[in-house]
Design a binder for this molecule. Structure first.
Ligand code: 9MR
Length: 747
């Protein structure tokens, strides 16, 4: 505590004395200070310092922080042996200043021993005054006596002075109730409705009988009106809602609003331009996810960065990577590919489904009446390869395909032909951390059957799509696919360890039946060989109802096979039945959409929103869109187009889950390099980045502290710490790519 505040100190001491004399209930008996000597009055014990020089400074702790460090945790001040009680709420507060101003401190409460979990963190930007008090409330996700309060101050090029005072962590405080700001109760697609498409909105209201609505142009003049339809209590949100349909209005305009029940919606357009942009932005996302190459600032202003994991220190890889101890005794060059998400890991299973969905966006365009392959043609995405006479979407997918091929176990080694499941850091790293600055050791994890079949499926699909542009690559891909297929047949049950989740995600999946079906389908569609047709028709999944409420994703891949068998021309016996099965799946999703007052084709069992639910909504819509491609029936086109409304703002939180699209959009996705929320010098995610979206399991501590007891759609928070509700990921943007491309084609 600073000396100049002695008056305050004695008052506090007096109050403290008085409080102890009060009955427990009045005093807040459970409010207990966990920090020792947070006032630094005569000593800085028991605080420790790491790579800073502590200087006594008038009743505060000041620290000279050296310049030239990379990570926040490279310099720090902290205190260990903090006790925390799971489910208890804590107020974490301190005074802090920085000279020169503008530096940030990462203030954390976490585990004081390896693996140094972070349970709560805040990153304020400091000014010079030192009078700024910071205070936060959070709920502890754990019981621990090995907690730590620390102030990480590294990562600055230049030296600076950090001062700290009145550090406090008080347990037993009332929990802070988080109430999201959901804005006006009229919920719309905040971006655009297609002129000839469906136009629906949702009104949150206590009213149980119909209400009038007006559609207003930018000047405030009513251009259409009608009545809402009461829908009762919506299960996905717990709200009483009405829906309303203004599809009869078809005039292009910007800045429209809907008014009902005294509320005015956020503005939106009627037009097609936004979808042409979104169809491109969703794919442009992949360039800035690239590993192994410098990102050019001229191509993505504000996103230029040094190459990550290109064999240059402090990176340890990815050009020469060993296996985890005991897994293999060779090393592989697995450079390139895309970073999976907000981490620096690269996973064959997730890379596989993401690559498939990008390639299938292009392939769909080749074979359907509304498809326009030129939309993603050469020169459309602003890539280093633009101008090479290859469609840009194929150039982008190639970046990942080359990496996937490198993950195959070389000839002559045990399990030759299989694919390593993943490669990532030995330990989890903190945020922010640019890819080129990651100092962790990189390791290959054991080969698995599912990874091997992801490689077989995508390499086989690549063989047919790249043949017109690069015959040698197409041939190499097909050879690798055949080899992977044979290796998977020989090792059909080698699965990822669910406990292998340190330093990267586990992506465990102990059923490869769907991956076998998918790989057989891609190999058949490319080669036409009977043995693959037989494998397809013999799969138990070929006739199963695979269009389940949660939809398809990296772990449930049978739909990738079924959609391709339905769309890509072939002589498969019984192909009509395959096509009809997709239409039946679409009927189920359409029925869900119709029953949902928010109009999305997603109603998970028990209202348990899945990890990445925003992309599940989109993937279910992809099935509906495919039914339109197969039948030409407008109900499917309208259903698929309407589904995007939910993702762009027609939802309980009134938020667009796509960065840069909509008046209020997600913008703080969990990422180590789009970490603007933690470091003002870093960018936010690029426009067109999909957030994971509501996740009922709220696995991360931040979501747990804010969203306890959340209902369905409310299990989401736009904060960089919430990796279970708000990450960005290559498979999720692939779903956005495919649906946005379909919607653009319907303009
Ligand atoms: O999206 C994945 C989800 O389905 C899994 O349940 C979860 C746990 O394995 O992992 C999610 O994927 C994350 C991956 O493990 C690591 N990179 C970030 C991914 C998105 O959050």
């Amino acid at each position: 505590m600073k000396r100049r505040s002695t008056a305050l100190l004695s008052l506090a001491a007096l109050l403290g004395a008085a409080l102890t004399a009060l009955p427990a209930a009045q005093a807040g008996a459970d409010e207990v200070e966990q920090v020792r000597n947070g006032g630094f009055d005569s000593t800085t014990d028991p605080w420790w310092t790491s790579n800073v020089t502590a200087v006594p400074a008038d009743g505060r702790l000041c620290a000279d922080v050296p310049g030239g460090t990379v990570n926040r945790w490279d310099s720090a001040v902290g205190q260990d042996a903090i006790t925390l009680v799971k489910g208890s709420s804590y107020r974490f507060s301190f005074d802090a200043s920085g000279v020169p101003e503008g530096h940030v401190v990462r203030a954390i409460v976490g585990l004081g021993v390896s693996p140094y979990d972070t349970w709560y963190e805040a990153t304020p930007v400091l000014d010079e005054s030192g009078d700024d008090a910071y205070s936060y409330t959070f709920t502890s996700p754990v019981d621990s006596t090995q907690g730590q309060v620390a102030f990480q101050v590294g990562g600055s090029a230049d030296p600076w002075r950090f001062c700290l005072d009145d550090v406090s962590l008080v347990g037993g405080v009332p929990p802070e109730v988080y109430r999201p700001d959901t804005g006006p109760r009229v919920r719309v697609n905040q971006v655009a409705y297609l002129p000839s498409g469906p136009k629906n909105a949702t009104l949150v209201t206590d009213a149980t009988t119909k209400l009038p609505w007006q559609l207003k142009n930018a000047a405030g003049t009513t251009v259409a009106h009608g009545w809402t339809v009461p829908r009762g209590v919506d299960v996905s949100s717990g709200q009483n809602v009405h829906s309303l349909d203004f599809g009869a209005y078809r005039t292009r305009a910007t800045g429209l609003t809907l008014v009902a029940d005294g509320e005015t919606s956020r503005p939106f357009d009627i037009g097609t331009a936004a979808y042409e942009r979104l169809g491109l932005d969703a794919v442009k996302y992949y360039y800035t996810q690239r590993s192994g190459t410098a990102i050019r600032d001229d191509l993505r202003p504000g996103y230029g960065r040094a190459a990550g994991h290109a064999g240059v220190a402090p990176n340890q890889g990815d050009t020469d990577v060993p296996c985890q101890p005991g897994v293999c005794d060779y090393r592989l060059d697995v450079s390139g590919g895309w970073y999976d998400a907000g981490d620096h890991g690269k996973y064959v299973v997730n890379g596989g489904i993401a690559t498939w969905e990008l390639l299938s966006t292009y392939e769909r365009a080749l074979h359907t009446r509304t498809g326009e392959p030129s939309r993603l043609g050469d020169g459309t995405l602003g890539l280093p390869e633009s101008g090479n006479h290859v469609p840009d979407v194929l150039d982008e997918a190639r970046w990942e395909l080359d990496f996937l091929l490198k993950m195959q176990v070389p000839d002559g080694q045990p399990l030759a032909g299989m694919a390593h499941h993943k490669i990532h850091d030995e330990q989890w790293t903190g945020l922010p951390l640019l890819p080129g600055a990651d100092p962790q050791k990189r390791e290959l994890h054991p080969p698995t059957t599912t990874a091997t079949l992801n490689l077989a499926a995508t390499a086989a699909q690549a063989a047919r799509l790249y043949r017109p542009y690069d015959k040698a690559f197409a041939a190499r891909a097909l050879t690798a696919a055949r080899k992977a297929w044979a290796a998977a047949l020989a090792h059909p049950d080698v699965h990822a360890d669910p406990a292998d989740g340190t330093g990267g995600g586990a992506y465990n999946d102990d059923d490869a039946t769907d991956e076998f079906y998918w790989a057989a389908a891609e190999l058949y569609l490319t080669t036409g060989e009977k043995r693959f047709a037989d494998q397809v028709t013999a799969s138990p999944l070929h006739t199963a109802d695979i269009f389940v409420p949660n939809g398809f994703d990296w772990s449930r891949t049978a739909a990738a096979a079924r959609l391709d068998l339905a769309l890509v021309p072939s002589r498969l016996p019984g192909r009509d039945k395959v096509r009809r099965s997709v239409v039946r799946g679409a009927d189920t999703y359409l029925a869900t959409l119709t029953a949902q007052p928010y109009g999305m084709p997603y109603a998970p069992d028990d209202n348990r929103y899945d990890w990445g639910s925003a992309h599940q909504v989109l993937n279910n819509a992809v099935v509906i869109a495919t039914a339109y491609d197969l039948t030409g029936a407008s109900a499917y086109r309208d259903g698929a187009v309407q589904s995007i409304d939910y993702v762009l703002g027609r939802n309980a939180l009134n938020i667009s889950y796509v960065t840069g699209y909509g008046e209020v959009a997600a913008q703080r996705q969990h990422s180590r390099w789009y970490a603007h929320q933690l470091d003002p010098n870093l960018p936010s995610p690029p426009p067109g980045t999909l957030a994971g979206g509501p996740n009922s399991s709220i696995q991360d501590p931040y979501a747990q502290s804010m969203l306890q007891g959340c209902v369905g759609q409310f299990c989401y928070i736009d904060d960089i710490q919430s990796w279970s509700t708000n990450e960005t990921a290559i498979n999720w943007n692939a779903a956005l790519t495919r649906l946005a491309s379909f919607v653009a084609d319907q303009g």
